[in-house]
Design a protein around this ligand. Structure first.
Ligand SMILES: Cc1cc2nc3c(=O)[nH]c(=O)nc-3n(C[C@H](O)[C@H](O)[C@H](O)COP(=O)(O)OP(=O)(O)OC[C@H]3O[C@@H](n4cnc5c(N)ncnc54)[C@H](O)[C@@H]3O)c2cc1C
Ligand SMILES: NC(=O)c1ccc[n+]([C@@H]2O[C@H](COP(=O)([O-])OP(=O)(O)OC[C@H]3O[C@@H](n4cnc5c(N)ncnc54)[C@H](O)[C@@H]3O)[C@@H](O)[C@H]2O)c1
Ligand code: SF4
Ligand code: FES
Length: 812
């Protein structure tokens, strides 16, 4: 038996220990391993520090290898020791505390140091980085006694720190030197959308700002900028990038440049000294994300185990911001340059943006905002490097689902190699996930997460994990895969509503806590849906959580492409008056409204309004909100009907106004549009509305679940009635039944297709059932108020519309 060689690992972090995990599998017993780690902890998942800050995990949960792991693998671990020198002549390492250890081979995995701006006052108490457990603990402690936090750096780390500090109850301002956030990962359009979303969560921003000094006696009390302005701050977190930690390598004669220079096998210039992780520079690049570091570790482990391997060839990277409620994804070379072509889709209403960049017929980069489900597929396509010529639009529209095996291109997941890493953050391979499903019986993403940690960090791999679940659980196990309303829970809409009723849960937080949400803060899908369900179930007791709503609903106006808003006052049934038209014209002139436009719903839209002008405009207009922005009743379109039209059989205008006055301000699962036509010629297009009314001789036909949007759907006939009162009764009952049974964000057309017309007819056929529904909708309607009026009359609410200080608007 050969004596094991002595292997010393310097740095007990993610990349180094990951390399050893591989090595232990490939060549158990081949090495006598000693690890030196400067931190006092066992190896932990640094990525998850962001989750710790927002209460999504505690420090014990982020440990990757606990103390026992080292014992079980006969590894000698020295924590709290910083190696200060590698004596390459005597093949020995020496620590700051005087400990020495001989080696045959040594791996340097010292990671990075956070870059601290060298400005006066940077050494004051309360000025920290965000890199390790200690920083995380300092933030949590500080938030208990102090209020104002400043985060310098609007990159991934700065924004995740800022989100954490907000969660801890601090007021947070992010100071960024560029004019838009995350410029290293996003283009300007996506970045502006991100900023708006984060502002909605309460984050403040100072862009184009350069920090000059930090003031305070011992502790920081303010941050001063080069333009002379300042910001009060009790805590300053610097998140302005990282620098490879090369001090030890330099002191030991190892070649360094930006980082420790290595070849494709992670060898340095000195025999038997290897390096891996963030401290390394490979082909001129130092990586700052775990996926490439794990790839490096796999190559090095094979080399040390004597297993043949191709060298490390560099990595294409992708990132996902880990801020709940905000989906941002970026991969590859997303900037346009000569020789590239970019395709984009931007939907300001849905708050989504997608851009792909093509070079030489191949996909080379992508940016996604608002909906990142295509991220995994786009990233896989970038990595494959195959031609996508002719399929660019399919890629852009997200209908080329080769990766998940949903299109004719064959199932890429089936042919994916077993050892391919699916979850870059946690280094989980396809084989590990397959084993979790097939051998350990996992049938939900949540279970796979608990079992393997795949999708536990940034969540970017979730679509692939879901695809594998369908592949293995669907085919091999045959068990139904139960999915929750979003990634935070496995509970369906109906289960959640049942539990809320059964346990009398009264707030969004309570629901998430009691029903054991995976992500304690929820996300942009579950928070607004819970807010809706609670409001629907408890119209009297529940206090609407404004922060759970989307930007448009929070500001009671539609945000436009350029960040301005649109104002649509209510114009019942499309009928206005000279007085109202005059008011609208005067307001448009007074506030320099760039455009006044008739909408498709027969109203007037004032476009290009500045946020700070909104309350003043509403005050001057003195008209109710048209709710053109929310998941509520939008418009009731009418034709002129029997009042003026020679074909009209009924008074469509007064019927429409009656309906609009009854249901204005009603919260619904998704937006609801109504129309009334005075005869079957149907000039108001009532048969493509959520609820349409068409006059016939001696009565009215009632139509439901139509849609004139992306997917046009003609209504189904619900029934025929004789009187206006009956129209009101059926409309009320139908809308309330929809409110009580549809999923949040489900339009009536989709709802009806899901549950079937017959089930709806059955639920409404008995008058006693209809009247019970009518009573419930009337209760809800009796409690609604006009949001514009409420804001106009409340100074505190008006403050939310004041401009956010920017580089142009100085002192804070
Ligand atoms: C808050 C946060 C969130 C992040 N989120 C993501 C994410 O979502 N996705 C992603 O891909 N990446 C993320 N990262 C980056 C990721 O954590 C790093 O890329 C990764 O941890 C680097 O691994 P490493 O082993 O090279 O360095 P580290 O994990 O930093 O390990 C190096 C270790 O070596 C120790 N050490 C240094 N010098 C010595 C010495 N001389 N002697 C002994 N020990 C020494 C250090 O104390 C440290 O413990 C995040 C980073 C942070 C801070
Ligand atoms: N979700 C994730 O993937 C994730 C999360 C956190 C951290 N990380 C990684 O951790 C590392 C550190 O993150 P980071 O965000 O600090 O690095 P970064 O280099 O990506 O971003 C730093 C940001 O700070 C800004 N900046 C630089 N100097 C500034 C100054 N003087 N004033 C104001 N702004 C300034 C830069 O413009 C840049 O946008 C990176 O490698 C990052 O990839 C990744
Ligand atoms: S729908 Fe009939 S009543 Fe209404 S405008 Fe058209 S033709 Fe006239
Ligand atoms: S890739 Fe980030 S959690 Fe899987």
């Amino acid at each position: 038996m050969t004596t094991p060689k002595k292997l010393v690992l310097i740095g007990n972090g993610m990349a180094g220990v990951r390399t050893l995990e591989h090595l232990l599998k490939l060549a158990p017993g081949a090495y006598e391993i000693t690890i030196f780690g400067a931190e006092p902890h066992p190896n932990y998942n640094r990525i998850m520090l962001s989750s710790v800050l927002v209460g999504g995990a505690d420090l014990n949960e982020i440990v990757i290898n606990d103390w026992n792991w080292y014992k079980e693998n006969n590894i000698t671990l020295h924590t709290g020791h910083t190696v200060t020198k590698i004596d390459t002549a005597r093949k020995r390492v020496i620590t700051n505390l005087g400990l020495e250890a001989d080696y045959d081979s040594v791996i340097i995995a010292t990671g990075s140091n956070p870059f601290m701006l060298p400005i006066p006052g940077a050494d004051k108490t309360g000025v920290i980085a965000f890199r390790d457990i200690k920083d995380c603990e300092t933030m949590i402690e500080t938030s208990k006694s102090y209020k104002k936090a400043a985060v310098i750096g609007g990159g991934l780390l700065g924004l995740e720190a800022a989100r954490g500090l907000l969660h801890l109850g601090m007021e947070v301002t992010v100071i960024h030197k560029h004019d838009y956030l995350m410029e290293r990962q996003l283009d300007e359009a996506a970045s502006r959308m991100l900023q708006r979303e984060l502002e909605g969560q309460g984050m403040k921003f100072l862009l184009n700002k350069h920090s000059a000094s930090i003031t305070g006696r011992r502790r920081v009390n303010a941050l001063q900028f080069t333009d002379g302005s300042e910001l009060a701050a009790d805590l300053v977190v610097m998140a302005v990038g990282i620098r490879p930690n090369i001090a030890l390598a330099k002191a030991s004669g190892v070649d360094i440049n930006l980082g420790i220079v290595v070849d494709d096998y992670m060898r340095t210039n000195i025999p038997d000294i290897f390096a891996v992780g963030e401290c390394v520079e490979h082909q001129g690049i130092a990586y700052g994300l775990v996926a490439p570091l794990y790839e490096q570790g796999a190559v090095l482990a094979k080399l040390l185990a004597g297993v043949e391997t191709a060298g490390y060839a560099g990595s294409v990277t992708s990132t996902k911001l880990k801020v709940s409620g905000v989906d941002v994804f970026s991969a590859g070379y997303f900037r346009e340059k000569p020789g590239t072509r970019a395709l984009r889709i931007q939907d300001d209403l849905a708050g989504t943006y997608k851009k792909i960049v093509i070079q030489d017929g191949k996909l080379v980069g992508a940016v996604l905002f608002g909906d990142t489900t295509d991220g995994a597929e786009l990233f896989a396509t970038i990595k494959k490097g195959e031609s996508v010529a002719g399929k660019e639009k399919e890629l852009l529209l997200g209908i080329s689902s080769d990766l998940l095996g949903q299109s004719g291109g064959g199932n890429r997941l089936e042919s994916m190699p077993d050892d391919e890493i699916v979850c870059g953050c946690n280094g989980v391979s396809k084989a590990t996930i397959a084993e979790a499903i097939q051998a350990k019986g996992c049938v939900t993403v949540g279970q796979i997460k608990s079992c393997t940690k795949a999708s536990a960090s940034c969540g970017g791999c979730k679509p692939v994990v879901e695809g594998l679940l369908t592949l293995y659980a669907g085919d091999a196990v045959g068990e139904p895969v139960k999915e929750g309303i979003c990634g935070c829970t496995t509970l369906s809409r109906d289960e959640i509503v049942e539990e809320i009723k059964r346990m009398k849960l009264m707030t969004v937080k309570e629901v998430m806590h009691v029903l054991d949400w995976d992500n304690k803060d929820g996300c942009s899908k579950c928070r607004p849906s819970l807010n809706y369900y609670l409001g629907m179930l408890y119209p009297e007791e529940y206090i609407d959580e404004n922060e759970s709503r989307f930007t448009n609903e929070r500001y009671h106006a539609n945000i436009q492409k350029d960040g301005t808003y649109s104002v649509v006052p209510r114009i019942y049934g499309g009928v206005t008056s000279p007085a109202d038209l005059k008011k609208i014209a005067e307001v448009a002139e007074k506030y320099d409204v760039p455009m006044v436009k008739f909408t498709g719903g027969q109203r007037l839209d004032l476009l290009g309004v500045k946020k700070e002008d909104l309350p003043k405009i509403w005050e001057d207009l003195d008209m109710p909100s048209g709710h053109a922005y929310g998941k509520t009743l939008r418009t009731v379109k009418t034709c002129v009907g029997s009042t003026f039209c020679r074909f009209g059989t009924q008074d469509a205008i007064s019927m429409g106004i009656k309906l609009e006055k009854a249901f204005e301000r009603l919260n619904t699962p998704a937006k609801v549009k109504l129309a009334v036509s005075g005869c079957p010629r149907n000039c108001a297009e009532a048969t493509i509305k959520d609820f349409g009314v068409v006059a016939i001789d001696g009565g009215w036909e009632l139509y439901v679940a139509g849609n004139g949007g992306v997917k046009v759907r003609a209504c189904d006939l619900l029934g025929t009635v004789k009187t206006e009162d009956e129209v009101m009764e059926w409309a009320s009952a139908y809308l309330q039944y929809y409110r009580e049974n549809a999923q949040w964000n489900e339009r009536t057309a989709n709802w009806l297709e899901r549950v079937g017309l017959d089930s709806i007819k059955k639920a409404l056929e008995k008058q006693e059932d209809r009247l019970a529904l009518v009573a419930r909708i009337e209760k809800t309607l009796s409690l609604t108020t006009d949001p514009w009026k409420e804001i106009v009359e409340n100074d505190h609410l008006r403050k939310n519309f004041e401009p956010i200080p920017s580089a142009q608007a100085q002192t804070v």
